[in-house]
Design a protein around this ligand. Structure first.
Ligand code: FES
Length: 158
């Protein structure tokens, strides 16, 4: 079964591929566009991308499972990732997870019933000097504490 990718996104993907000397080199931006369109990368999507780029579906799976911003499962509207690597752990990541879990009513790996929030943990977000860090969709937040979490959540509610 083919994923439901709109004609406009399919057109964008074809234009994107045409910019690369080899279509296989476009794998990451193509997957990114598919996820933006569908909210996650299903097995059907992996096969669709593989067919399009003339590569093995396993190659697509490797990319999808390597990058923490890509997901095989549907995500909430806001994907909150809390870094639990060393610097962030030392500076309070566990307390942030507890606070977020309490506020959102979900544990890491879960999505709220209204589909608004997904909470996950992630390995180093690459901004250790600003630990503890969280990421909401594609936005980074550093030096996060409980008050900053509350502020971020209230801004997302608006
Ligand atoms: S340890 Fe959290 S950003 Fe590096």
């Amino acid at each position: 079964m083919s994923p439901e990718i709109s004609n406009s996104v399919q057109k964008k993907i074809k234009e994107l591929i045409s910019r690369y000397p080899k279509k296989q080199a476009a794998i990451l931006p193509v997957i990114h566009l598919v996820q933006r369109e569908l909210g996650h990368i299903s097995e059907d999507s992996e096969q669709w991308v593989a067919d399009l780029l003339e590569i093995s579906p396993v190659r697509v799976r490797e990319v999808v499972t390597f990058y923490s911003m890509l997901s095989q499962k549907p995500l909430g509207k806001y994907h909150i990732q809390v870094c639990t690597n060393l610097s962030c752990s030392i500076l309070g990541a566990e307390k942030l997870i507890e606070h977020l879990s309490h506020k959102l009513g979900i544990k890491p790996g879960e999505t709220s019933e209204d589909g608004k929030f997904t909470l996950t943990t992630v390995e180093c977000l690459g901004a250790c000097e600003q630990a503890p860090n969280i990421m909401v969709n594609y936005d980074y937040y550093g030096h996060v504490d409980k008050e900053k979490v509350d502020q971020i959540l209230s801004e997302l509610d608006e």
